[in-house]
Design a protein. Structure first.
Length: 419
């Protein structure tokens, strides 16, 4: 593929992502570029079950988040004994199942809070891209919007203490995912890009074995117009990669000294990520991405340590502010550039899901299934706590003015009537 063709492809992806922020498609974990931002104006602040457009019981449990394209919402589930991973497509208007496809998986023992259906799919106009990872196998597959399998790649499993949790993402014409390993060198750690049309490998970046990262990369658009993939992991810190060739452009290797579960977020040329261990966060770091000039290195803008650093939830950056939902239940507002803490409160329960920003409001689901709604800004303002009635470790999705809320065994459609 020529560089001109590549840039056109990337440009189209950028246009799609820009449209998504306005409320159209939700294409991956945390929506457009993984940043959790939507301008939808039809999501209520408070509600009861009577306000749902629909509530559908899923064919199995799971912690993955839904993704949306046009008239379809896609979600993954796990069904035990025998263990199967399920991809389910539903009609966005009615919640009626359009189709489902099952994948046989080899049982393994993840952490009690993990799930075989932890990976959120990625979706574009042509297909939905699914990642299943167990200790024995890694399955990457593309299905068209009617459920027909377009291609499938089978790879070795993921060796880890708590089980995998990364999700695939799309940039240009490749599907990117991490395949990291813990322990012995016979288990090979890699970052991988596959051709989204054929599933054939486009590039692979060998990585050292350490604590696996559950982080899903995002795309930074540099000043010269060339996109960069941003990865975060304990072994390699914060890393910039050329998405066309897989070449490592820069690394801030010592910036994340513990396991990385949450994904990176961007604020201009600053990338923010956190790491942790033993059920709590250890360090949050803000790294300035270097300009595309020879010899330029990333700079650490600031670091935060202490008991209020998130471990599992991904932070959210918007309008110069950083919002952090903590595993133990605290929510904090900080300044991106300095790390100054503006406020810190505990509005409900503890969090595994990540927040989204919707038209100036923050929505986050605690582990008991309570949706916390806060006003985004430099001061704390709790607007509502809405109970879903069932535990949830997932992150909301917003598309076409509708919010989709995933609990352990249900998917809920809410809002959209006023758009």
């Amino acid at each position: 593929m020529t560089y001109r063709t590549w840039m056109i492809s990337v440009g189209l992806v950028a246009l799609v992502c820009a449209g998504s922020a306005g409320g159209h498609e939700w294409t991956r974990f945390r929506g457009p570029n993984g940043q959790g931002i939507s301008d939808a104006r039809s999501i209520p602040i408070t509600w009861t079950e009577k306000d749902y457009n629909w509530k559908v019981k899923l064919p199995g449990g799971g912690h993955s988040s839904p993704v949306v394209w046009a008239e379809r919402v896609f979600v993954t589930c796990e069904r035990p004994e025998p263990l199967r991973g399920i991809v389910l497509a539903l009609d966005v208007r009615t919640g009626q199942a359009a189709w489902q496809k099952q994948y046989d998986l080899t049982p393994y023992r993840p952490h009690d809070d993990n799930s075989h259906a932890a990976a959120t799919p990625a979706v574009d106009a042509d297909a939905v891209y699914i990642l299943w990872q167990t200790a024995r196998e890694t399955i990457v597959a593309a299905l068209d919007h009617e459920g027909r399998e377009l291609w499938r790649q089978d790879r070795p499993g993921t060796h880890s203490q708590f089980g995998p949790g990364t999700s695939p993402m799309l940039v240009g014409d490749v599907v990117v995912f991490t395949h990291e390993q813990e322990g012995e060198e016979k288990y090979r750690s890699e970052w991988i890009a596959l051709d989204r049309r054929t599933g054939r490998p486009r590039w692979t970046i060998p990585r050292q074995n350490s604590e696996i990262s559950c982080s899903t990369p995002c795309v930074y658009q540099s000043q010269d117009g060339k996109p960069q993939l941003v990865f975060t992991s304990e072994t390699d810190g914060v890393t910039g990669v050329d998405p066309e060739t897989g070449s490592v452009l820069w690394e801030s290797r010592a910036s994340l000294p513990a396991r990385v579960v949450g994904s990176p977020v961007l604020a201009g040329d600053i990338v923010i990520s956190a790491c942790g261990k033993g059920g709590t966060g250890r360090q949050l770091v803000a790294v300035r991405i270097p300009p595309n000039e020879a010899g330029k290195q990333p700079q650490i803008v600031h670091t935060q340590t202490g008991r209020l650093i998130p471990y599992v939830p991904t932070p959210l950056a918007k309008d110069g502010l950083l919002y952090v939902f903590h595993d133990q239940g605290e929510v904090r507002g900080l300044r991106v550039e300095t790390g100054e803490v503006l406020w810190s409160h505990k509005p409900a329960g503890t969090f595994y899901g990540s927040p989204v920003w919707v038209n100036g409001l923050l929505y986050g689901i605690d582990r008991k299934g309570n949706v916390v709604v806060l006003r985004a800004g430099p001061s704390y303002e709790l607007l509502a706590v809405n109970a879903l009635g069932e535990k949830s470790f997932a992150t909301p999705a917003v598309a076409n003015g509708v919010m989709y809320l995933r609990t352990d065994s249900h998917l809920i459609s809410l809002g959209g009537r006023k758009d």
